[in-house]
Design a protein around this ligand. Structure first.
Ligand SMILES: NC(=O)N[C@@H](CC(=O)O)C(=O)O
Ligand SMILES: [Zn+2]
Length: 424
């Protein structure tokens, strides 16, 4: 069935909104600005923005193994509501996608219940233990989008180096959660000012940056493509910036919460403010903004990490790290940084669409003839307060409960089908 989305605005390179229309057929975009085809189903955009569906390189869907926190069905529906149509699922599930058999199991679950495109990672080591290396060629052959042990850092340089060399041969990206276990010190938040005020153990910045510094040198020696997860410190930014300047094939992501919050915002010993890496100092936050703007950091990823209310109930010590992200990412960033004139709308959309897609060579994140019809209609004027209890995700773990934000996705189209529509 042909669909014609009329009365929408498209963003041009100058970040101007241009009146247009988009026609889709058979899951693909077949015309931009064309006439309404005879017999087409009409979707009226009511003058709102039509953007490419967001692409998220870093998400946790919890299935298989932790369905009490999230499932592929609830996680992908949450993604759809947030405007995400391509999401890359991290391997910290049970079982871990460390073998063809386990990856096939996950592929089957995705096929059964995902409402948007879910691309699974393969792990770098068996059971993410950091010891035995996985067979990357086999994982690639069965659909792994990239390789990562996210949730934990790969501790041994030799293990990382060997996997980088194999990934380079396959022209696949190694994606790293950078954390040196000997420098965590049982910390639950940033080692800085606020953790001392709260009397809570801290994680020093160097815990992250030291492993990035190691890895960029390993990536250079291996000739590998290397992507850094959730960069949070100014020293990490410097390590990535220097590596890029040296011609090393490194890319990096930043999460909305690290752009929006810093350690002094943490109201108290509340686990909805506990995530890994933790909220750092103001100067770290500032350096992340500068890094996005100068291209050191390539894209924004949510690190959607749902946990149960029970797990997050009782203070930071003992609670798992992580916060949800899909349903608040765009409106928060739009309200705080586009509406205030710090970023253009085009910059924000690019950091959430074409930029992440390019890192994995994915053909998504663009509105062009022939592209998959993965589209979102965003009402930039719609203002709403965030209520965690209304999330489609099973997770309620967010520090943004009660925040007001503008710019809400009101319809999400995946491969030509409507997978989310706002309730009026
Ligand atoms: N970011 C987090 O705080 N938690 C993630 C793991 C991770 O992304 O490192 C999780 O799986 O809960
Ligand atoms: Zn991580």
């Amino acid at each position: 069935m042909t669909k014609h989305i009329k009365n929408i605005k498209l963003l041009n390179e100058q970040s101007e909104l241009i009146n247009s229309s988009v026609t889709i057929d058979n899951g693909k975009i077949i015309a931009i600005g064309g006439k309404q085809p005879e017999g087409a189903e009409i979707i009226d955009g009511n003058g709102n923005l039509l953007a490419p569906g967001f692409v998220d390189l870093h998400v946790h869907l919890r299935e298989p193994g932790f369905e009490h926190k999230e499932t592929i069905a609830t996680g992908s529906a949450s993604a759809a509501k947030g405007g995400f149509t391509t999401i890359c699922a991290m391997p910290n599930t049970k079982p871990v996608p460390d073998s063809v058999e386990n990856l096939q199991l996950i592929n089957g679950l995705i096929k059964e219940s995902a409402v948007v495109r879910v691309l699974p990672y393969g792990s770098l080591t068996v059971a993410q233990s950091g010891d035995e290396r996985t067979n990357l060629a086999n994982l690639k052959a069965h659909g792994a989008v990239a390789f990562s042990d996210d949730g934990v850092g790969v501790q041994l340089a030799a293990t990382m180096f060997e996997q980088m060399k194999d990934a380079a041969k396959l022209d696949m990206v190694v994606v790293a959660h950078c954390e040196d276990n000997s420098l965590i010190y049982d910390g639950v938040m940033h080692e800085g000012k606020r953790n001392k005020e709260l009397g809570l153990p801290g994680i020093p910045s160097v815990c992250e940056s030291v492993q990035i510094a190691r890895d960029v040198l390993l990536a250079e020696a291996a000739g590998a493509r290397y992507h850094v997860c959730h960069v949070s410190t100014k020293e990490s930014v410097r390590a990535v910036r220097d590596a890029k300047a040296a011609g090393i094939r490194v890319t990096a992501e930043v999460c909305p919460h690290h752009l929006l919050l810093e350690e002094m915002d943490i109201p108290g010993d509340d686990a909805n403010w506990k995530m890994n890496p933790p909220l750092r100092a103001l100067e770290d936050k500032d350096s992340l903004h500068a890094a996005l703007l100068d291209g050191t950091i390539d894209c924004i990823s949510t690190d959607h990490a749902p946990h149960t209310v029970e797990e997050k109930c009782c203070g930071m010590v003992g609670a798992p790290f992580g916060i949800v992200g899909f349903e608040t990412a765009f409106p928060l960033l739009y309200t705080q940084f586009v509406e205030t004139g710090k970023w253009t709308l085009k910059q924000l959309i690019d950091w959430m669409t074409v930029k992440p897609a390019q890192i994995f060579n994915l053909p998504y994140g663009k509105i062009e003839v022939g592209a998959s019809a993965d589209l979102i209609i965003i009402d930039l004027n719609k203002e709403q307060t965030i209520h965690a209890e209304e999330f489609v995700s099973k997770g309620r773990n967010t520090p943004f409960n009660g925040w007001a934000a503008k710019g809400w996705p009101i319809m999400t189209i995946f491969e030509g089908n409507i997978v989310y529509k706002e309730e009026k």
